[in-house]
Design a protein around this ligand. Structure first.
Ligand SMILES: C[S@@+](CC[C@H](N)C(=O)[O-])C[C@H]1O[C@@H](n2cnc3c(N)ncnc32)[C@H](O)[C@@H]1O
Length: 259
């Protein structure tokens, strides 16, 4: 099989002739169609609650990292006109409402083009963490800590790893937005791997995509965050702010920079 090639991107970093990583391929139109139910209303509830726990998010430069179509950013910018977003997916950034465009940057979070110590807050909504190797994930957490100004806040909206492992559905098929997704899920090492066969119901076009997310237990995430100079302020198990329990759908950690 020929390796996939990528053109150098607009920020001037290029991976050259390498096979694309799963997260470079999956977050496109099919993702947007299948996850359309992750919508503005969910974002409104989540951002509203985060602002109550971390009012700092309404002040100064705040980065919505891996912002996708900007559904959270749009809400946050009503409270904070300095909030901005960053994502790797040209397609999802292109779906953002026109008014957000000046506040969006395309970049790979492994090479964040932001100066250290300048951000009042960073939000990672709906599990954009754990995509890389352990070393790269740790390096990203350290970098997030370094980008924050003293007393800055980090919102880490991550899955409930134990619940995911305990309730894993090995196979299912869903149809949404004109796409059928037949998914097979497995735990491989410490990662949740989902392999999907996607069929466009109008054209019959078929493609394979995958997700591979490292399942970090909350204590592992917290240890990583502490090493990045962050201290846990609050944990929530839902977007509306309920306490985290072993059955919570999310693990949402709100951290503050310790110095
Ligand atoms: C599960 S989606 C969440 C999107 C958005 N936060 C939301 O809640 O709708 C994960 C996002 O991470 C982005 N992403 C994946 N790998 C990335 C990378 N290396 N650098 C920057 N963004 C990345 C994807 O393009 C996608 O928008």
């Amino acid at each position: 099989m020929e390796p996939a090639t990528r053109a150098p991107d607009t920020l001037g970093f290029s991976k050259g002739a390498a096979l694309a990583e799963w997260f470079e391929e999956w977050f496109d139109e099919d993702y947007a169609l299948l996850y359309a139910h992750r919508d503005a209303e969910e974002a409104r509830v989540a951002v509203g609650r985060a602002l109550r726990v971390a009012p700092e998010l309404a002040e100064g430069p705040v980065l919505d990292l891996a912002c996708g179509t900007g559904r959270h950013l749009e809400i946050l910018r009503r409270a904070n006109p300095l909030a901005f977003g960053m994502d790797l997916s040209r397609f999802l950034l292109g779906m953002a409402p026109g008014g957000l465009r000046p506040w969006l940057v395309r970049a790979d979070m492994r090479q964040l083009p932001v100066k250290e110590g300048v951000l009042r807050g960073i939000c990672l909504w709906f599990t954009p963490f754990g995509y890389f190797s352990d070393a790269e994930n740790r390096a990203l957490m350290l970098r997030l800590g370094a980008l924050l100004e003293p007393k800055g806040v980090l919102v880490m909206d991550y899955l409930n790893a134990d619940l995911v492992a305990r309730t894993l559905v090995p196979e299912d098929t869903v149809e949404r937005g004109g796409v059928r997704a037949k998914s097979r899920r497995s735990l491989e090492g410490e990662r949740l791997v989902k392999r999907m066969v996607l069929t466009r119901l109008d054209t019959g076009e078929v493609r394979d995509v995958m997700e591979s997310v490292r399942l970090y237990h909350p204590t592992g995430l917290q240890e990583m965050a502490v090493r990045a100079g962050l201290r846990l302020r609050r944990v929530m198990g839902t977007y509306s702010g309920e306490a985290f329990t072993e059955d919570s759908p999310r693990w949402i950690g709100i951290f503050e920079k310790a110095w």
